[in-house]
Design a protein around this ligand. Structure first.
Ligand code: DC
Length: 213
């Protein structure tokens, strides 16, 4: 079994993926939204909660096996980590955890178990997880604009700290050996620096409607 229809939205941090994916899922009847970054974040939050940030790759993969999405919440081996997904600690560690091949195999397997019509956001969705996705989109935006958006969402850190943190994550995510952040073959590239949310969502909705005709 596979999902019936996949809209894959990839791109670096702050490019607008979550906003776009949620907007597209809301605009189109029968589509669900899946945030795959949150899955890696949940595993990382669980490891931090139990002081296991220096655990072996096998132990981290075992933590990943325990991930469950229930009613919009993220549980790892029964522990609800939903409140900790966007903390600076998780921001700092998630790229390292998500670069580990065994962790990725487990999480990618859980993504492929999804059913129905889904809008999926991540880094490797159109390239590795769902290379046959009906629609592939790659969102980009200038680094300064991406940092400004993230800072506005969550002003815990200074704008400069936010920019340094996302630049660091981009570098790790793009250069890792296993499923790096790349523009997938056949993806529509959209630069969102100057686009409003409505314009961004509208463009993707048009691509989905054309593919679903
Ligand atoms: O989209 P995000 O910032 O919540 O993602 C958090 C981290 O998870 C990101 O730095 C890279 C990783 N990630 C990944 O490796 N593959 C995905 N499909 C989604 C996220």
């Amino acid at each position: 079994m596979k999902p019936e229809f996949v809209v894959a939205i990839d791109g670096p941090a702050g490019a607008g993926k979550s906003t776009a994916a949620q907007g597209v899922a809301a605009a189109l009847e029968g589509f669900r939204y899946l945030d795959t970054g949150a899955m890696y974040r949940a595993v990382t939050a669980y490891l931090l909660r139990f002081d296991k940030k220096d655990a072996s790759e096998n132990e981290m993969a075992e933590a990943a096996e325990g991930l469950e999405l229930r009613a919009g919440k993220h549980f790892v081996h029964g522990v609800d980590v939903s409140d900790a997904l966007r903390t600076p600690g998780v921001d700092a560690e998630v790229s390292r955890v998500s670069a580990l091949p065994r962790v990725r195999r487990v999480i990618q397997g859980k993504q492929r178990e999804q059913r129905g019509r889904i809008v999926v956001e991540g880094r490797d969705i159109g390239s590795v997880v769902f290379p046959n996705a009906a629609v592939k989109v790659f969102l980009t935006a200038q680094l300064s604009e991406r940092a400004r958006r993230r800072h506005r969402q969550d002003p815990v850190q200074s704008p400069d700290e936010v920019q340094a943190s996302i630049a660091r994550r981009d570098a790790i995510d793009s250069s890792r050996a296993d499923s790096p952040l790349i523009v997938p073959e056949g993806a529509h590239e959209i630069d969102t620096t100057e686009l409003s949310i409505e314009e961004m969502v509208e463009r993707i909705v048009s691509l989905v409607q054309a593919a679903d005709a």
